[in-house]
Write a protein that binds this ligand. Structure first.
Ligand code: NDP
Ligand code: OXD
Length: 309
C-alpha cells in the first residue's frame, strides 16, 4: 500500500478524487489517497502550485511531485523541493489547446471580425486567402506547440515552429536558437506563443522582436504573460505593426481592471481558459507516473529545474 497525497485547492479534490481512484484501481495500484496524510509517510504528491503546501521539507520519504498544471514556473524555484517534479502532459488538455488555438488562428486567417461586427452593413465581397497561402509560426514546440502545429498543418497552413533545441516535426519548418527566432518571426503572419515562463523567455516578444514580424501580423498568446513586454505590444498595436492580439495569459491574473489590454480595440482578452487539465485523462497521466515510480522505471515529463521547465 502506498500513500498518495492530493495537494491542491479543496474544490479540485471533488473533481479529482473519483478519477484518481479509478485510475489507480485500473493500474492495479493499492493506494491510500487522501488530502491529509502524515508527511513522513507520503510516497507521491499530486500537486497544484496554488495549494497551501509550499514547504516540502517534511515529506522525507516522497518519491515525486506530480504537477496537475503544464506550467511549472510557480514551483521550479521552490528550494524545499529536492525530489523529481513531473509536469502535466494530458491528452485532454492538449486537445483543448489545439481547439482553442485553431479557432483563434482561423478567426484571424478568415478575417471573421469584419463580418461578425459590421454595424455599417458594408458589402465587400473579398474572399480570404487559403490556408496554404498563410504562414503561422508557433513559438514553442513542446507537447502543446507540436500538437497545434500538426493540427494547423492538417488544415493546410504553412507552419513554422521554434524551440530551444533542434526538432524534427514532419511537414513543419523547425527552427531553433536565436538565429532561428529572427527567421521565424520574419514570416509570422500569425504567431502563437506556447513557451514556458522562464528567465530565458521573459519579454521574448519586445519592441525589437515584434518589429521583426511582418507588418500587420497577428499575435495569439496562450502561453504565459511574461513572454510579452506589455508596453511594447501596446505600442506595436497602436502603430499598426501588430494588427490584433488575443491574449489568454497575463503577468497578473485576473488581469487588473485598469490594464490597457481590456480597453484596447485591437486586443481580445480571454481569462486563462485556452486549455485546462481534464480530470480523467490527467489522472491517468499521474497514475502512469506512480506506476513507473513503483516499477523502478523513469518518470515521464520531468522538469529540468535549471532550465525552469
Ligand atoms: P513543453 O515543456 O512541452 O514545451 C515547451 C517548449 O518551449 C519546448 O519546445 C521548448 O524547447 C520551448 N522552449 C523553452 N524555453 C525556450 C527558449 N528559451 N527558447 C526557445 N524555446 C524554448 O510545454 P507545453 O507545450 O506542455 O506547454 C507550454 C506552455 O503552455 C506551458 O509552460 C504553460 O505556460 C502554457 N499553458 C497554458 C495554458 C492555458 O490555458 N493558457 C494551459 C497549459 C499550458 P525544447 O523543445 O527545445 O525543450
Ligand atoms: C497550466 C495552465 O499550466 O492551465 O496547466 O496554464
Amino acid at each position: 500500500m502506498i500513500n498518495v497525497l492530493f495537494a491542491a485547492r479543496p474544490e479540485r479534490w471533488t473533481t479529482y478524487e473519483a478519477p484518481l481512484r479509478r485510475a489507480l484501481a485500473n493500474a492495479g495500484i493499492e493506494a491510500n489517497l487522501a488530502t491529509d496524510l502524515p508527511p513522513a509517510e507520503v510516497d507521491y504528491i499530486v500537486y497544484a502550485p496554488n495549494s497551501d503546501l509550499q514547504d516540502f521539507t517534511p515529506y522525507t520519504h516522497a518519491k515525486a511531485v506530480l504537477n496537475l498544471w503544464a506550467g511549472v514556473e510557480k514551483i521550479t524555484g521552490n528550494e524545499t523541493l529536492k525530489i523529481p517534479l513531473a509536469r502535466m502532459v494530458d491528452p485532454g488538455l492538449t486537445t483543448g489547446m489545439v481547439e482553442w488555438v485553431t479557432g483563434h488562428v482561423l478567426r484571424y486567417h478568415l478575417g471573421m471580425d469584419a463580418h461578425i461586427v459590421n454595424p455599417d452593413h458594408r458589402w465587400e465581397p473579398e474572399a480570404p486567402p487559403l490556408a496554404r497561402e498563410r504562414d503561422v509560426v508557433i513559438l514553442g514546440l513542446g507537447a502543446l506547440g507540436t500538437a497545434c502545429a500538426q493540427a494547423l498543418l492538417g488544415l493546410g497552413f504553412r507552419v513554422t515552429g521554434w524551440s530551444r533545441s533542434a526538432k524534427d516535426v514532419a511537414g513543419v519548418t523547425c527552427l531553433h536558437g536565436d538565429a532561428g527566432l529572427s527567421k521565424a518571426l520574419s514570416q509570422a503572419q500569425i504567431a502563437v506563443t506556447l513557451l514556458p515562463d522562464t528567465p530565458a523567455t521573459t519579454d521574448l516578444l519586445n519592441a525589437d522582436t515584434l518589429a521583426q514580424m511582418p507588418r500587420g501580423a497577428y499575435l495569439i498568446n496562450p502561453g504565459r504573460g511574461p513572454l510579452i513586454d506589455d508596453d511594447a505590444l501596446i505600442a506595436a498595436l497602436d502603430d499598426g505593426q501588430i494588427a490584433h492580439a488575443t491574449l489568454d495569459a497575463f503577468r497578473i491574473e485576473p488581469l487588473p481592471q485598469d490594464h490597457a489590454f481590456w480597453a484596447h480595440p485591437q486586443v481580445t482578452v480571454t481569462p486563462h481558459i485556452a486549455a485546462e487539465t481534464r480530470a480523467v485523462t490527467a489522472s491517468e497521466a499521474v497514475v502512469e507516473n506512480i506506476r513507473r515510480g513503483e516499477a523502478g522505471e523513469p518518470f515521464l515529463n520531468l522538469v529540468d529545474r535549471a532550465l525552469g521547465y
